[in-house]
Design a protein around this ligand. Structure first.
Ligand code: MLT
Length: 397
């Protein structure tokens, strides 16, 4: 008889954003006349930039001719895109070898898929609140997960505790959901902790493009020795509006090596390559051409323009929080505004209250962990008009 993976019984019944979608759809069905504004899931609204569209069209044309048609590509991505990513990192003074770069369909998949490389008896450490994918994927595998408190007291940026041992540490900076960003000094503390404990850091930098403060690190590899202890995940979803187009990249340094039980050293880069060549057939050529356009000089300019529009929205939301005297975090080097629910409301209660009273959707902090119980997340990814309207309504509550 087939035996199912009973670790799934330890998951919440549905994924956070599926639960939100369910509640919003039920509300719309009951209130077809209400215009609902979505500031919930971090999904972009601006269309793809001109450079990206042009490259998509050109790549489609190539697929129409026998001479330029492409079948299976390299599982780890075409060199033209990996080289473009390498050059992008150079801007932050990070030198990568092309075979340390793995093109993927996004950071969400890879932060989950990477768990294939690790034994089930590792202890995983995540901040609370946390992007639920890290917790759910490790729960599916049955790994032990320990939580470090991210609270207003530590500015939602927990630091390592030398008395607590973890083998795998997930960090996300700029953080989803809180918008908090580690500075170099604090990120160095994590790198030192990982080196001292023979641990690995899984660093999610999907929101790096929102960093405007140039003193803040956009990649963990800006920190000395991080290549010995960290894998970095990034995505074009937020950088260039690829949430529906799907393209990301994962950096697995060649200097990342750990001893196994027979005392030999194994390269994590080689393991990931082996995993990807077995389980993944790569991102579509057409999409990789579009992604490469994002990293050209003009592409970067176009992406910046988009990000600035979302930054303006973040400002509009932050100003409303200030006007209403609500304590908030994020919104500067991040597209997310994380705030305390008014009147000490519980976050799902506040979610229902906002939806019913002003038809604005956000994300309840409790969906990210117990420390989010009385917090709420809004995104700046809607358009300006809707953001202004949502905040006008918000002022009424
Ligand atoms: C979010 O809203 O937290 C993100 O959009 C989810 C994701 O990137 O998968």
């Amino acid at each position: 008889m087939v035996k199912l993976n009973e670790n799934f019984l330890n998951l919440k019944e549905s994924y956070l954003f599926s639960e939100i979608a369910k509640r919003v759809n039920a509300f719309i069905a009951e209130n077809p006349d209400k215009s609902v504004i979505r500031l919930g899931i971090g999904d972009v609204t601006l269309p793809l930039a001109d450079m990206v569209i042009k490259n998509l069209h050109d790549a489609v044309d190539e697929m129409s001719k026998a001479e330029t048609f492409k079948g299976y590509g390299p599982e780890q991505g075409y060199d033209f895109l990996r080289d473009a990513i390498k050059q992008y990192y150079k801007r932050n003074k990070v030198e990568l070898d092309i075979d340390e770069i793995f093109v993927s369909d996004g950071a969400k998949s890879d932060t989950g898929n990477i768990t294939d490389l690790f034994s089930l008896d590792n202890t995983v450490m995540v901040p609370d609140p946390v992007y639920p994918v890290y917790v759910d994927t490790n729960t599916m595998n049955g790994r032990k997960i320990i939580y470090m408190d991210a609270t207003a007291e530590n500015n939602f940026l927990p630091l390592p505790d030398s008395n607590v041992h973890a083998d795998i540490i997930y960090l996300c900076s700029p953080n989803n959901p809180t918008g908090a960003v580690y500075n170099r000094e604090d990120l160095k503390k994590w790198v030192d902790y990982a080196l001292d404990n023979n641990s690995i850091i899984l660093f999610d930098s999907a929101y790096e493009c929102f960093i405007s403060d140039e003193t803040l690190p956009r990649s963990i590899y800006e920190i000395e020795d991080a290549k010995k202890c960290a894998i970095e995940f990034c995505s074009l979803s937020k950088t260039a509006g690829f949430t529906g187009t799907r393209c990301g990249y994962t950096i697995v340094p060649k200097s990342l090596k750990f001893k196994v039980s027979d005392k030999t050293e194994i390269s994590v880069n080689k393991m990931w390559l082996r995993r990807q060549t077995t389980k993944f057939n790569g991102v579509a050529y057409i999409i990789q051409r579009a992604a490469a356009a994002v990293f050209s000089e003009d592409g970067i300019k176009e992406a910046k323009k988009m990000i600035n529009i979302y930054r303006e929205n973040a400002k509009i939301i932050s100003q409303t929080m200030e006007k209403k005297n609500i304590r908030y975090f994020g919104g500067i080097n991040s597209p997310y505004i994380w705030f305390e629910c008014p009147n000490k409301m519980e976050s799902w209660e506040f979610f229902d209250y906002m939806l019913n009273k002003i038809a604005v959707v956000g994300t309840p902090g409790a969906g990210f962990g117990k420390n989010g119980q009385n917090f709420f997340r809004l995104t700046s990814f809607n358009n300006k008009e809707n953001t202004i309207e949502a905040m006008k309504r918000f002022e009424q509550i």
